[in-house]
Design a protein around this ligand. Sequence first.
Ligand SMILES: [Zn+2]
Ligand SMILES: [Zn+2]
Length: 131
Amino acid sequence: MTGARRVKVLGDLYHGQVPAGAVYAGRAAPGLPASRYANRHRIGQCRACPAVHGRSGALLGYARDLADRPDLVAAARAELAGADVACWCSLDGEPCHVDVLLAVVAGAEPLGAAVDVLAAAEAHEAVDRLF
Ligand SMILES: [Zn+2]
Ligand SMILES: [Zn+2]
């Protein structure tokens, strides 16, 4: 248990503010440089791969990227242990790439972390939207 949490960026898309002490893990936005922990796989027509992603597909794409980047996983474990990690997603229970990232920081293997996050969030819908 690292104590790391996902938190939400404050303000709106044009005036985003990362909560004090948190590390931003999102894409570039006005006033916020892109994080190296951002998910390049977006929901809908992806620009990083040929897929049209649902939320679960975008998460799995992120997990695959992390699995291919042991250097980034090592950096995340060093930088984010115990940190709050900020993203734009609402905290209403929909899974987000930061949930995968936090599980990986806590020691999980990326693809296993993504499967666990999806299973915990919505087992049935996740399976339906995988492809
Ligand atoms: Zn993609
Ligand atoms: Zn998010």
